[in-house]
Ligand binder design. Structure first.
Ligand code: SF4
Ligand code: SF4
Length: 283
């Protein structure tokens, strides 16, 4: 029917108006309760997830508190404890980036040998689609998604091509932005370190046991008296072997005649078989 869509739209607007009014009434005396005052009239407003209606805020003085999983442009993590970039310039993020907007130049030492550190790192923020693939695939937790969305500039180049310096943030910044994820990662790191420590301790223990066993071995060596007795026994066995060999030798002296007779017999039998075969083939 003509005008139905218009009435439906007005209904939605009226619903939002009512919800907003009721929500405001519920928050009397101030809907700013629980917001973070940044001074100079600026504040970050916490909007509860169950809030109904449309809450208009006075941007840019007022901003919404973004959820932890909000993501915009990636940032590179600087490990303040170690005093180095977490990035090893492995290039995985650049490979998995769907619009291919990451460029990395690996650093090298004084001999020109490549080292695991980026000399340059660029992200074209105009092309980045905030998919977070780079952060998910990075094996070193070196690249994470930033919440900073106020990046408007007049010219795309070079302002929207961020270099390493612009992209790098201290790890504390990341911990404040992503507290739950950071805590989970730290827990994983702690578990891994504990496992490695336990492995190293077990290895050291096994080596110590091995060394102790090796140190105990000389005690198990035989006494001079035992060695003397063993030598005596060995000499007796050798003498007995020598005697039996000489006895066998005697037996062998008589063998040539018998051996010759056996060979003659074998030759005769072979000749007879050959003759028989010849006769059979002649028939
Ligand atoms: S940010 Fe991560 S994935 Fe990308 S090059 Fe650095 S270490 Fe590799
Ligand atoms: S968020 Fe996605 S598009 Fe942006 S740099 Fe990372 S992988 Fe590329």
């Amino acid at each position: 029917m003509f005008g139905t869509g218009l009435l439906k739209g007005l209904g939605v607007t009226l619903k939002h108006l009512r919800d907003t009014y009721l929500d405001d009434r519920e928050r009397v005396p101030s809907r700013y309760e629980g917001s973070i005052d940044l001074g100079d009239g600026e504040r970050i407003i916490r909007q509860p997830i169950d809030q109904e209606g449309l809450l208009t805020i006075q941007y840019p003085e007022e901003k919404r508190l973004l959820p932890e999983r909000f993501r915009y442009i990636p940032m590179l993590i600087w490990d303040t404890e170690k005093g180095e970039d977490r990035c090893t310039a492995c290039g995985i993020c650049a490979k998995v980036c769907p619009p291919q907007c990451i460029w990395i130049v690996r650093d090298s030492d004084e001999n020109g040998k490549p080292i695991t550190r980026p000399a340059e790192f660029y992200i074209d923020a105009a092309v980045c689609m905030s998919c977070s693939f780079c952060a998910e695939f990075c094996p070193f937790d070196a690249i994470k998604m930033n919440h900073d969305f106020e990046l408007a500039v007049y010219d795309r180049y070079p302002q929207l091509v961020y270099d390493k310096e612009e992209l790098t943030v201290p790890i504390e910044y990341y911990a404040a932005l992503w507290p739950t994820q950071y805590a989970a990662e730290q827990e994983l790191i702690r578990q891994k370190e504990e496992e490695e420590r336990a492995k190293a301790e077990a290895k050291a223990k096994a080596e110590a046991e091995k060394k102790a066993q090796a140190a105990e071995r000389p005690k198990a060596q035989r006494s001079p008296e035992e060695l003397e007795a063993l030598k005596k026994k060995a000499a007796e066995r050798a003498a007995a072997r020598g005697k039996s060999a000489s006895d066998e030798g005697k037996g062998q002296d008589e063998d040539p005649e018998a051996k010759k007779a056996r060979l003659e017999e074998l030759k005769r039998k072979a000749a007879e078989r050959a003759r028989q075969r010849q006769q059979e083939s002649g028939e």
